[in-house]
Design a protein around this ligand. Structure first.
Ligand code: M6R
Length: 584
C-alpha cells in the first residue's frame, strides 16, 4: 500500500525512479509522482492514475537525486492534487503509512500553513518546513516525534545532496549499487540495481548520498543493519510469456508448494521446540491468508487433535483475546507487512503466547515479531490477488500440522505436484467463466474443507471481476441465501470429499430447482456423472480430503481470472485495492 523509492546517484535519477515505481505498482495505483533535486532546485511531476501516466513527463526532470511515490488513497480521493510528492519551502517528501493525528497537528502547529491537498501526508512536509533548523536529520527526527500512526518517509531538501528516510511501522529497505544508493518500500524496486539490501528498523533514520548510506537509530546514533541478498531479480519479476501476472502466478502454485516443502527443514527444529506443551492454536491473518488458515484448521485438528481456531487478524487484535503461554498463534501473511496481522502477532507475544509467522517475505516485520518463521517459498507475488502464496501457505501449514501431530507429511505434499500442474495447465474453465460473467451473483458452496476453499473462490472472483459473490456452507443455503437464487444466479459447488458428497449434492439440486446455473468442481466420478447434463463439470484430480484445496483452489482462481478477462478487467490491478495493506 503506497510504494516509495528514493535514490542518490552518479547519473540521472528520474528514469531509475520511474522503473522502481513500476515495480512497486502492486502497492497502489491511484496516482504517481516523482521529485528530483538539481543544483538546489526541486522539480516535481505527479499525476492521478497508474505510474505510466508519468512516462512522458518523468524524463523532463533533471538531477541525480530524487524520490518517487505510487499511491493507494487512504486520506483524500485519487487526484493530481492528492498525489505525492508534496513540497514546502526547501523540502519535498513521499510517505507510505497513515498519520493518525494529522488533524491535531494541523490545528496545533500548522493553522497558518497553506495546504494544497486533502492528504494526511502533507503535514509532514509542512512540519519540516516550519521546524527546519539547517540540519535535515535533526529536523526530520523532531517532526517524526510529533507523528502518530505509521510512516515510511523519503525526503529531499534543497540544502542536502542526497535523501533522508525515516521508518515506523511501514517498511523501508536501503541498498547500494553500481550507480549509487537507494531506498525503497520493497525489494522489487531495487531488482537489478542492488544485489544486497538492509532493512530499516522502527524509529530508524537514514541519510543516503551517492557516496554511501548511513543508518541511525531513534537517538541518532549511527547503527549497522544486517546486509542480506536482494531476492527480487529482473528474471523473477518477468511475465514469463503470460499476459498477466495472475495467470503466471496461478501456474507457479506447484512450485510454491514444492519450494515451501524444500525449505521447511530450516524451521522444523525450532518449530518442534516451540510447540511443546501447546494446547490451543489460533491461526490469524487477513483476506486470503485468513482463508488459508480456515483450510489449515481442518487438517491441524484432524492430525494433531489440538483445538484450533481461525481468526481474522483485525478482529483478533481488538477482542481482548484469551491467549497464554500454552497457546500457539500462527500469523499468516504473504507480505509479512499487513498491519492488522503484524499487530495481532505483537499482541499475542505480549500475552506470552508462542508466535509462528508464515510469510512469503523473509525480511518482513512479521518475521521480526515472531518466535519462529515458517517460510513460504512462493517467490515474489506481483498480482494484487493472492494465488500461489495461498498454495504455499496451505503447504507450510500442512507441514506445521505434521510437526504438531508427530508425523512427516512431506511425502504427501511431494505427491501433489503432478496433479497441481495438471490442474493449472489443463483445466478448461471457459464455460464457467462465461456463466459467471453473465450472472447477477455467484455463490461458492462447499462443506467442511470445501467450504473453506469456497470462501477463497468467492473472494478471488469478487476481487478481480467485481461480480457480487458469497462463499457459503452448502448446508446453510436453504436457511436464507437460497432466496437470492434465480435464473440469473450461478452456484459453483466444490465437492471433493466422498464422505460429504451425498450431502453436498443436495445444494446442487436446490439451486437447479430454483433455475440457478451450476458448476460443480469435483474429483468424484459419480458426482460428475450424476450432474453432467444439468451442470458444467470441472473435473479435478483426487488428492485426498486434506490436500484437495491445492487443486480445487487453482480451478477457482482460473475461474476468477477468466471471468475478469471476459469483463475487460485488469486482473493484476483490481480497482480500489493494493497488495500489502500496511495501514488499518
Ligand atoms: O500480505 P497478506 O497476505 O497479509 O495480505 C492479506 C490480504 O490483504 C490479501 O490476502 C488479500 O486478501 C488478497 N488481495 C486477496 O487476493
Amino acid at each position: 500500500m503506497c510504494g516509495i523509492v528514493g535514490c542518490a546517484l552518479r547519473r540521472r535519477a528520474s528514469d531509475i525512479i520511474y522503473g522502481g515505481l513500476k515495480q512497486l505498482e502492486y502497492r497502489g495505483y491511484d496516482s504517481a509522482g516523482i521529485a528530483t533535486l538539481s543544483k538546489g532546485q526541486i522539480s516535481i511531476v505527479k499525476k492521478q492514475g497508474k505510474v505510466s501516466a508519468l512516462e512522458n513527463c518523468a524524463s523532463d526532470l533533471d538531477g541525480n537525486i530524487g524520490i518517487g511515490h505510487t499511491r493507494w488513497a487512504t486520506h483524500g480521493k485519487p487526484s493530481d492534487a492528492n498525489a505525492h510528492p508534496f513540497a514546502a519551502g526547501k523540502f519535498a517528501i513521499v510517505h507510505n503509512g497513515i498519520i493518525e493525528n494529522c488533524l491535531e497537528l494541523k490545528r496545533e502547529f500548522l493553522s497558518d500553513s497553506p495546504f494544497s491537498s486533502d492528504t494526511d501526508s502533507e503535514v509532514i512536509v509542512r512540519l519540516l518546513d516550519k521546524y527546519y533548523d539547517g540540519n535535515l536529520l535533526t529536523t526530520l527526527k523532531k517532526v517524526c516525534s510529533l507523528l502518530s500512526g505509521s510512516y515510511a518517509i523519503a525526503v529531499i531538501c534543497a540544502d542536502f545532496e542526497g535523501i533522508a528516510a525515516a521508518k515506523f511501522k511501514s517498511p523501508i529497505i536501503v541498498g547500494s549499487g553500481a550507480d549509487g544508493n537507494f531506498a525503497a518500500s520493497d525489494a522489487p524496486a531495487l531488482a537489478g540495481l542492488c544485489r544486497d539490501i538492509s532493512v530499516l528498523e522502527d524509529n530508524d533514520f537514514a541519510l543516503i548520498t551517492s557516496d554511501g548510506i548511513k543508518i541511525f537509530d531513534g537517538d541518532l546514533n549511527e547503527v549497522f543493519r544486517p546486509v542480506r541478498p536482494n531476492l527480487a531479480t529482473p528474471a523473477n519479476l518477468e511475465l514469463g510469456g503470460c499476459p498477466f501476472y495472475m495467470l503466471k502466478e496461478i501456474r507457479e502454485a506447484p512450485y510454491a508448494v514444492a519450494n515451501t516443502c524444500a525449505v521447511f527443514h530450516t524451521a522444523e527444529g525450532e518449530v518442534k521446540k516451540l510447540c511443546k506443551n501447546i494446547n490451543r492454536i489460533i491461526l490469524t491473518g487477513c483476506g486470503t491468508a485468513y482463508n488459508s488458515g480456515l483450510v489449515a484448521k481442518r487438517y491441524i485438528e484432524q492430525f494433531a487433535r489440538i483445538p484450533c481456531e481461525a481468526e481474522i487478524a483485525g478482529e483478533f487484535r481488538y477482542k481482548n483475546p484469551i491467549v497464554g503461554g500454552n497457546t500457539l498463534v500462527v500469523a499468516i501473511s504473504q507480505s509479512g507487512e499487513t498491519a492488522d496481522t503484524v499487530e495481532a502477532a505483537r499482541l499475542a507475544k505480549s500475552a506470552n503466547a508462542k508466535v509462528i509467522a508464515v510469510t512469503n517475505a523473509p525480511y518482513s516485520q512479521l518475521n521480526s515479531v515472531a518466535d519462529v518463521v515458517i517460510p513460504v517459498a512462493a517467490g515474489p507475488e506481483i498480482c494484487v490477488a493472492a494465488t500461489k502464496s495461498y498454495a504455499g501457505q496451505i503447504a507450510a501449514l500442512y507441514l506445521l500440522a505434521g510437526v504438531l501431530a508427530g508425523k512427516d507429511l512431506t511425502d504427501d505434499l511431494q505427491k501433489i505436484s503432478e496433479p497441481c500442474k495438471n490442474t493449472v495447465e489443463n483445466t478448461d474453465i471457459s464455460a464457467v467463466a462465461d456463466m459467471c460473467a453473465r450472472s447477477s451473483g455467484v455463490y461458492f458452496l462447499g462443506r467442511d474443507i470445501d467450504y473453506a476453499v469456497a470462501l477463497e473462490g468467492s473472494l478471488k472472483l469478487k476481487e478481480v471481476s467485481y461480480i457480487p459473490s458469497e462463499g457459503y456452507p452448502a448446508g446453510e443455503l436453504k436457511h436464507g441465501t437460497l432466496a437470492l437464487i434465480d435464473e440469473s444466479a450461478v452456484a459453483v459447488v466444490v465437492i471433493t470429499s466422498e464422505r460429504l458428497a451425498g450431502k453436498s449434492k443436495n445444494a446442487v439440486e436446490q439451486v437447479l430447482s430454483r433455475k440457478g446455473k451450476v458448476a460443480v468442481i469435483t474429483c468424484i466420478n459419480s458426482i460428475a456423472e450424476e450432474f453432467k447434463d444439468r451442470a458444467v463439470i470441472i473435473k479435478i484430480p483426487d488428492c485426498g480430503e486434506y490436500l484437495s484445496p491445492l487443486v480445487s483452489s487453482s480451478a477457482l482462481q482460473l475461474i476468477a481470472y477468466e471471468t475478469a478477462l471476459l469483463l475487460n478487467r485488469d486482473p493484476d490491478k483490481p480497482r480500489n485495492l493494493a497488495k500489502s495493506v500496511t495501514v488499518e
